[in-house]
Design a protein around this ligand. Structure first.
Ligand SMILES: *Cc1c(COP(=O)(O)O)cnc(C)c1O
Length: 356
């Protein structure tokens, strides 16, 4: 049966990415070797990482003066690397979910952290507004998309200091004004590639301003100087990332992807809002994520949640169980998810509702 993959991460990848990766596992670029067994310094792989870097720059319109890095350690390592490299005395953070909480915890190791606003008391069901970011902060850190809670900030905030953003779960779903940022980072396993590589887009002249010593591997300058080849980079995830980036370009870039993502999210939110049985956990339309749609059953149907997951499975729908801190359901509508899968899900919701 055809599967409809709504997992939050690792998550659906395009067939283009999966097929080309499978082919390269057998024979990489006509070398007669598998991508799993070639040197990262072979000319064939150097061409892969260079094209991938170039495509990230092209798709996100990255200005001069920025480096695109391919790092290990996941987005979670960036929670520490960002303040290690950028926090001189004080940084401002917006607390919108578990990932932001983790980022704040690491930043506190390096200096003063001003949490400018939080939606923690409301279990992160909305994006705080009307906060002010102190002008003497070294940067303002926020999570663009809160994967667990289904909220998203789809505009680059206007504040007086440089931005730093965790874009792990919505990178390449909209155009970004990179010039406003000192750093953008994203683990690959939500919208790009298998787990193992993290993209960092770093403003070069933001570096070298902290007094502390930075361990070599945690210093962005190390990886800039060596074109992400200081040590062995995650070869296979970078190869897959390149396939996805090529595919994104073929589809028309981030503007085209955004249009498709908005259309998919609209279909699902409309099904939730018009349902007697289901209800969204995020109510302000402005805050609703177009990547991760979180919803639950109304109190009178609550005991049917497990049944719905089983029913959906009979239609090939996988990965819709909500995160334990929200409960209910989460449908992740990443770039690679086709509209067809969304329609299968909304169809299953209607059918289940009629049955009960
Ligand atoms: C998944 C996720 C992370 C954690 O990524 P790892 O690569 O597992 O460290 C961080 N931030 C956001 C927004 C995420 O969705």
């Amino acid at each position: 049966m055809k599967k409809h993959n709504f997992y939050a991460g690792p998550s659906i990848l395009s067939q283009y990415t999966i097929k080309n990766t499978a082919d390269a596992i057998i024979d990489f670029a006509g070398t007669g070797l598998s991508i799993l067994e070639v040197s990262h310094r072979s000319k064939e792989f150097v061409a892969v990482i260079e094209e991938a870097r170039q495509l990230v720059k092209e798709l996100l319109d990255v200005p001069q003066g920025y480096s695109v890095l391919f790092l290990g350690g996941g987005a979670s390592l960036q929670f520490c690397m960002a303040p290690f490299n950028l926090l001189r005395t004080k940084a401002a953070y917006l607390e919108t979910g578990t990932w932001a909480v983790n980022a704040i915890k690491e930043a506190k190791i390096f200096g003063e952290v001003d949490v400018v606003a939080s939606s923690k008391d409301a279990n992160f069901t909305f994006i705080p507004k009307n906060y002010s970011v102190p002008a003497d902060a070294d940067y303002f850190h926020f999570t663009t998309n809160n994967t667990i809670y289904g909220t998203e900030i789809r505009k680059d905030p206007d504040v007086a200091v440089p931005l730093v953003a965790d874009m792990s779960s919505d990178i390449f779903s909209r155009p970004v004004d990179v010039a406003k940022y000192d750093l953008i980072y994203a683990g690959a396993q939500k919208n790009l590639a298998p787990a193992g590589v993290t993209i960092a887009i770093v403003r070069e002249d933001a570096l070298g301003k902290v007094d502390r010593l930075i361990p070599t591997m945690l210093d962005y300058r190390t990886h800039i100087k060596k074109d992400s080849m200081f040590n062995t980079p995650p070869v296979l995830p970078i190869f897959s990332a390149l396939q996805t980036l090529r595919y994104y370009k073929q589809l028309g870039g981030v503007e085209a992807l955004e249009k498709m993502d908005l259309a998919k999210a609209e279909v699902l939110y409309e099904a939730i809002d018009s349902s007697k049985m289901f209800v969204g956990t995020v109510t302000d339309p402005e805050d609703r994520s177009i990547m991760n749609v979180t919803f639950v059953m109304k109190p009178e149907y609550k005991e049917l949640e497990k049944d719905f997951i089983d029913f959906a499975a009979t239609k090939g729908i996988v990965g819709i169980k909500g995160h334990r801190s929200v409960g209910g359901f989460r449908a992740s509508l990443y770039n690679a998810l086709p509209m067809e899968s969304v329609k299968v899900l909304t169809g299953a919701m209607k059918e289940f509702e009629e049955k009960h």
